[in-house]
Design a protein around this ligand. Structure first.
Ligand code: KIV
Length: 272
């Protein structure tokens, strides 16, 4: 289904808040390199997330923990060079903000200065409130991230749905309200019950972007490699695959190998 999209020249944190107020859903996708970000930006995606999922999909690590601040800055600066319209949000990687607010601010300043990103994202609620306040006080926009927070995978022990129990759901709601109160411009809710996510979205005025959080929130985010079907080993229920690039690319590359071996490539027109 085709939907009318407003013609925004450049998406800002203010645009996103206005979109929520006007009932316009927000589209967000990850990117980690220039070429992909150029396509994502041209296609009209509102927010590009330079996610620490780069640790998985770009570097092949099992978790998001190993990626470093320097590596995130490298990915983010490539994306920023490609984005003419989208807001670029950059994940603070594991170990770059958890120890104290000063470190969190130092890491955020490095991201803003060295990559040119427009905002940072951090995982967690009340535990990192002081760090978020410190970053916000320096004029750096912050997106929160609650629910399944992959940097804490060794504490959770599993990637299953979070906040199914009342106590965890109540804490999540309190954390979301706190993030709004202290000045975050948006919050990601990952892999929580759709009903709870909708309740959170209705309780706060900043946009709630969901991944595996149902359709009752203000926008959606997916990892680009997953939605393009570049990875055929990851099939959570929340994922909609818009292409089967793994199959398409494997066939194309296999054809190239055959053409080289059979001396079909290059032909007379493909040489000087
Ligand atoms: O790193 C990432 O890609 C993310 C999204 C899954 C929200 O944080």
């Amino acid at each position: 289904m085709s939907v009318a999209k407003k013609d925004y020249k450049r998406i800002t944190t203010r645009t996103l808040i206005d979109m929520k107020a006007n009932g316009e859903k927000i589209s967000m996708l990850t990117s980690y390199d220039f070429t992909m970000a150029k396509i994502v930006d041209s296609a009209g995606v509102d927010v590009i997330l330079v996610g620490d999922s780069a640790s998985n999909v770009m570097a092949g690590h099992e978790t998001t923990l190993p990626i470093t601040l320097d590596q995130m800055i490298y990915h983010a600066s490539s994306v920023v060079r490609a984005a003419n319209r989208a807001l670029v949000v950059v994940d603070l990687p594991f170990g770059s903000y958890q120890s104290d607010p000063k470190e969190a601010l130092r890491s955020s300043i490095r991201i803003m200065k060295e990559s040119g990103g427009h905002a940072v994202k951090l995982e967690g609620g009340s535990e990192i409130k002081d760090s978020i306040k410190k970053i916000l006080n320096a004029g750096i926009p912050v997106m929160g991230h609650l629910g399944l927070t992959p940097q804490s995978i060794y504490k959770f022990g599993t990637y299953t749905v979070r906040a199914k129990e009342d106590a965890e759901a109540e804490k999540l709601m309190e954390d979301a309200k706190m993030l709004e109160r202290i000045g975050c411009f948006a919050v990601v809710l990952e892999k929580i019950p759709a009903q709870l996510a909708q309740k959170v979205a209705e309780s706060i005025s900043i946009p709630v972007i969901g991944i595996g959080a149902g359709g009752g929130v203000d926008g959606q985010v997916l990892v680009i490699h997953d939605m393009l079907g570049m990875n055929n080993e990851f099939s959570p229920r929340f994922l909609r695959r818009y292409m089967d690039l793994y199959d398409g690319m494997t066939k194309a590359i296999g054809q190239y190998v055959d053409d080289v071996k059979s001396k079909d490539f290059p032909n007379e027109k493909e040489q000087y």
